[in-house]
Design a protein around this ligand. Sequence first.
Ligand code: PLP
Length: 405
Amino acid sequence: MTKINENYRKLPGSYLFSEIARRVAAYSEAHPEKTLIKLGIGDVTRPLAPAVIAAMHAAVDEMGTAEGFHGYGPEQGYAFLREAIAAQDYQTRGVAIAADEIFVSDGAKSDCGNIGDIFGVENVVAVCDPVYPVYVDTNAMAGRAGEYDERSGRWTRLHYMPCTAENGFSPAIPEERVDLIYLCFPNNPTGAVATREQLKAWVDYANANGAVILYDSAYEAFITTPGIPHTIFEIEGAKTCAIEFRSFSKTAGFTGNRCAYTVVPKELERGGASLNALWNRRQTTKFNGVPYVVQRGAAAIYTPEGRAQVMETIAFYQNNAKVIREGLAAAGLTVSGGTDSPYVWAKTPDGMASWGFFDLLLQKANVVTTPGAGFGPSGEGYIRLTAFGGAEATAEAVKRIKEAL
Ligand code: PLP
């Protein structure tokens, strides 16, 4: 009899977004006259930049000619894109990352999930709480998380690092030994960023303990505060202990286009093996590359006009974040994030539970948010709002929330 991967049976249902959808549908059915504004889900809404569209059109035309046709491409990504990334995302910041340390992929979600393939099951994994659920669930699937405890909402073998108002939403360095450390800055869901000193402490810990930092920087493009590192490789010593994940999803509206990349430095070794070589082996075996047309679209972001267009869209979302942050603060809520991030993290009033405040805003303001408790126990007492909506809808949502409070 075929045996399934028993770890899948241990996974709790993906409750958060289905429960939000259920509550929203029930409310809409009971109140068909109400128009809801959704500031819950983290998908972008602005169209692709004209430079991206032009590059993709040209690539489609190329594919229709005998000379320009592209079949299977290099699994790691085309040189034109890897070189543009290395030059413009790293070398211009004084960070020496080479094109062959960059692996182009179909998403940071896939890469954050798949990276576990190159690590042993016995490693102790540290995650933030609240957390982007992909890190937790993929380690549970691999058998690295132990058992799920319904009562605490935690897995027995994971090391949770609470990110709370008390520590400024910055996880403390573990006192015990951990082997794989997932860090995400700018953070989903809290919107927090890490300073150079904080990242240096992590890099020092990882190098001293032989740990590996898995650094998710999917929201890097939203960093505006001077001095905040845009990549962990700005930190001395990071190349011997860190892997970085980046995505074009939020940077350039590629959520439906699918393109991202992962940086695995050649200096990074564990157990006498090069992690760059292991990841290359994994990708060339299990992945056949991102479509040529999509990679041409991504490369257009690195042209002067593409860059300017993409930055304009980011500025649009940043303004929404500011409207939400300032509006909620004016309504008396304690808010964080939203400065270097598209996410605003708001404390519920009077110690109200996340889901209670979610319901209140749904019913009184007709605004859909995301309850913080859905991202982990330390998210209880918070809600997350996203800046990816339209400008008018965002302003209207904030006005309604102010009135409702
Ligand atoms: N990492 C974080 C922290 C995210 O919030 C998301 C998407 O919401 C992703 C990765 C996924 O990115 P991609 O669209 O490249 O798969």
